[in-house]
Write a protein that binds this ligand. Structure first.
Ligand code: PLP
Length: 458
């Protein structure tokens, strides 16, 4: 059965529950329906083209319509569509695990697959707890993470997430999620207003130490940090921040989890964000870009020592997910990594990231643009009411501006990106890694005209 566009609208409104979506928005408006993609563009059911400035949801690294990946999936499905990783292996999962271990920094050599980022985050927490029990430190269970940081939505991952606004409906959550400051230097506390970026970074890292001591070091299992924090709008790490965090983790025996669900696989010009910022995590969590979204996959890559207690006698990590490391997804991931190599995507990001930044920096002349921050192909543009004082929009203004106007207007103007007010209002950009200057210029032009219009409505 093929639906007409009208039937699709009706059925979507009656049956499809969209995620993180205010469904009432579509009581009197069409649900946007995206039907196909090609390179960095996607097309809706009426044939209109949009530049995918968010790579779907930080996912489509190699762009849309890559038939090699579709073929890899078809080939694997016809050979072996499914078999579990529960007590068995299959070749694509083995090859992918070996390839990821090779790419990951240091002795991160053991790969535990999941199907999503939330499951990866939650698996890392379960591993940390089980590991510490096995090595005789059973009191360690708490996890630190940063204010506003998004680490997923399943109950455990939500407890790690630092956005209280998306947690209230689901409380009580698993105990032990503790917040520490993020590295938003643009909104540094008053006492740090005159500090250099390095000083600010030392302070933010030392806040992790203070939290560990406050909570009792022997109760803390892990600290979760993204290389560049997405939620809140691309907070980059000040120089030295991660090195200081690593020292603190070593001092107190706390595991450093680098949540790279967004930042791995080229987003920052490297396979892993931790490589760009030169720190050694104990666990890397990944998902999204590993397959460029042609099939779902996630996982964690862990240091050898974290698996050791589970490698003798009857010891077992009592955790598993039916579809984790799915043969088709693993085959797609391998083909995806082949494209990374063949098309030199990391090189493309490194060669063009300054051009992306320069295109966005042009928007600084707009009165509504307060701060532009990010790295690689990953940027946030913070919107303000007053550039000089950095005054932000109140809740009503934010509601009218972001939800009432910007989200829709940017899409209408042909740009998929995200207008987010879970922290201060930001526009988030993370285009496919194949993008070049012409796409950055297109992004800049659309943002310029829509933000100019937005300002006239403030
Ligand atoms: C840093 C980070 N961790 C975890 C997640 C959760 O991933 P998923 O939506 O695949 O469960 C996300 C999703 O955006 C993320 O950005």
């Amino acid at each position: 059965m093929t639906f007409t566009p009208e039937q699709l609208q009706d059925a979507a409104k009656q049956h499809l529950w969209m995620h993180f979506t205010r469904m009432s928005t579509y009581n009197n408006a069409d649900v946007p329906v995206i039907v196909r993609g090609s390179g960095p563009y996607v097309y809706d059911d009426k044939g209109k083209r949009y530049l995918d400035g968010l790579a779907g949801l930080f996912v489509s690294m190699v762009g849309h319509g890559r038939t090699e990946l579709a073929e890899a999936a078809a080939k694997q499905a016809s050979e072996l569509a499914y078999f579990p990783l529960w007590s068995y292996a299959h070749p694509t999962a083995v090859e992918l695990a070996a390839r990821l271990a090779e790419l990951a920094p240091g002795d991160l050599n053991k790969v535990f697959f999941t199907t999503s980022g939330s499951e990866a985050v939650e698996s890392a927490w379960k591993l940390a707890k089980a590991y510490f029990k096995r090595i005789g430190e059973p009191t360690r269970y708490k996890v630190l993470s940063r204010e506003y940081a998004y680490h997923g939505t399943s109950m455990g991952a939500l407890a790690v997430t630092g956005l209280s606004s998306i947690k209230h409906d689901f409380e009580p959550l698993p105990a032990g999620g503790i917040r520490v400051p993020n590295t938003n230097i643009y909104r540094a506390p008053d006492f740090a207003a005159d500090w250099s970026e390095e000083q600010f970074g030392v302070w933010a890292a030392d806040e992790i130490e203070r939290a560990i001591l406050r909570e009792d070091a022997e109760s803390v299992a892990a600290v979760y940090l993204e290389p560049v924090q997405n939620s809140g709008g691309c907070f980059t790490p000040p120089a030295g921040y991660f090195q200081r965090v690593r020292e603190i983790c070593d001092k107190y025996g706390v595991l450093l989890v680098s949540d790279e669900v967004i930042c791995a696989f080229g987003r920052l010009g490297y396979y892993f964000g931790s490589t760009r910022y030169n720190y050694q995590p104990d666990i890397i969590t990944f998902a999204k870009g590993v397959t460029s979204g042609y099939s779902p996959l996630g996982g964690m890559i862990v240091r050898d020592q974290l698996m050791e207690p589970f490698q003798t006698g009857t010891a077992t990590f009592l955790h598993g997910i039916t579809f984790a490391g799915h043969p088709v997804s693993a085959a797609v991931a391998l083909a995806n990594l082949d494209i990374f190599e063949g098309d030199n995507l990391l090189g493309n990001v490194r060669a063009n990231e300054d051009g992306f930044r320069a295109a966005l920096d042009k928007l600084s002349d707009l009165p509504i643009v307060g701060n532009i921050r990010g790295a690689g192909y990953f940027y946030g543009i913070e919107l303000v009411k007053d550039k000089a004082t950095k005054e932000t929009f109140d809740d009503d203004e934010s509601e009218r501006l972001l939800r009432g106007f910007l989200s829709h207007a940017l899409f209408e103007a042909g740009l998929v990106c995200r207008a987010d007010d879970r922290g201060d209002p930001v526009i988030q950009l993370a285009p496919p890694l194949i993008c070049t200057q012409e796409h950055f210029d297109e992004i800049e032009q659309i943002l310029r005209s829509v933000l100019t219009e937005a300002w006239s409505r403030v």
